[in-house]
Design a protein around this ligand. Structure first.
Ligand code: ADP
Ligand code: MG
Length: 345
């Protein structure tokens, strides 16, 4: 284990930006912090960097209490959303900056700095652009320079705060793949902040889902997608459909209809969640959930069907095969294949 965040709370003027956050980051791992704006991702990253200190709890680097180390001693590489390149410095000088400002004792010679910087530029596929200024680069190129600069100090951990957030969708996608390739070569321990679920799921070894200053779930991309452990994760990652149900003696009911789905929850109101495309159509006699078709439209290979269920009170969407004649049908009976039920919040 490389970095450990243990029971961290962070308040700004009594406003809690993080509540009791604990996280272990393994050496060589690429972790994505995923959550909506304001969920505390940047605050957590800044705490790891030492740019903020916790109100409660601790950050450890290996076995050492990181609060005893200055920002410089923590030796982190940071890349921000808005490229903080030095405008008056050439690309190669930007990359070498972190080495140049080291104290005399640990500063490499100018030649060595130049050699390493140009090696890194080659690595991020920008050789030839050494003498340019940031204003002469595209947004994507600037972020690659920023990454080379962060890597130049041979950081113990790379912290990337929405590094592609300001770029257009196509460039973002390219850089996402590129970053994964770079990571697979360097194996730098990396924490990557994003509010984009696709980016997190495609890039990360593990995803940390955050909401309102708390960690909702930590897992591999498959785990957080296939086994969300809260209504928040269900609705934030991927698409979900939700039906208000009732638990009675371990069985789910929708109005006066028993669904044939079991639950360990205590009796009371609950919410059933499933992925819209993860349903099986069934005959009326084994029907689980019956719905009246309100609308249907084709989206690529699937047909999205809007259903009214449980009387007119609720509408949900399911996705079925595009060649299904849903348009001509008035009712559909289906069973969610994977589903979870949570107490009604
Ligand atoms: P994210 O990066 O997920 O968008 P942040 O970590 O930036 O979220 O912010 C989490 C919460 O803490 C937000 O409500 C934000 O307004 C608040 N916050 C962050 N930094 C400060 C600060 N320096 N002073 C006051 N409030 C802050
Ligand atoms: Mg942020």
């Amino acid at each position: 284990m490389d970095v450990r965040v243990s029971g961290v709370r962070k308040e700004f003027d009594r406003f809690p930006a993080l509540h009791d956050v604990s996280l272990e980051i393994n050496s060589g791992e690429l972790i994505a912090l995923l959550g909506p704006s304001g969920s505390g991702k940047t605050t957590l990253l800044r705490l790891i960097a030492g740019l903020e200190s916790p109100t409660e709890g601790k950050v450890f680097f290996g076995d050492e209490d990181a609060s005893l180390k200055s920002v410089q001693e923590r030796n982190v590489g940071f890349v921000f959303q808005h490229y903080a390149l030095f405008r008056h410095m050439t690309v190669i000088d930007n990359v070498g900056f972190g080495l140049k400002v080291r104290p005399n004792s640990s500063r490499p010679s100018s030649e060595e700095i130049r050699r390493r910087s140009s090696e890194l530029l080659d690595f991020v596929q920008l050789s030839g652009l050494e003498k340019r200024y940031p204003a002469q680069l595209s947004g994507g190129q600037r972020q690659r320079v920023a990454l080379a600069r962060a890597m130049a100090i041979e950081p113990r951990i790379l912290l990337l705060d929405e590094p592609f957030g300001a770029l257009d969708a196509k460039v973002r996608k390219e850089l996402r793949r590129w970053l994964r390739e770079i990571h697979d070569k360097t194996k730098h321990t990396t924490v990557f902040v994003t509010h984009d679920q696709d980016e997190a799921l495609e890039l990360a070894d593990r995803v940390v889902v955050m909401s309102q200053g708390r960690i909702e779930q930590i897992g591999t991309p498959d785990e957080v997608y296939d086994k969300p452990n809260s209504p928040f994760v269900y609705s934030f990652i991927g698409e979900s459909s939700k039906i208000d149900v009732r638990v009675e003696n371990g069985e789910l009911w929708l109005a006066d209809r028993r669904l044939g789905l079991k639950s360990d929850l205590p009796d009371g109101d609950a919410s059933l969640y499933f992925r819209p495309h993860d349903v099986a159509l069934v005959s009326d006699s084994d029907a689980c959930i019956m719905g009246t078709v309100v609308a249907s439209r084709r989206v690529g290979a699937t047909r999205r069907v809007e259903l009214e269920i449980g009387g007119a009170s609720e509408r949900i969407e399911i996705g079925i095969s595009a060649d299904h004649p849903a348009k001509e049908m008035s009712g559909i009976a289906f069973r969610p294949q994977h589903w979870r039920v949570f107490p009604k919040s």
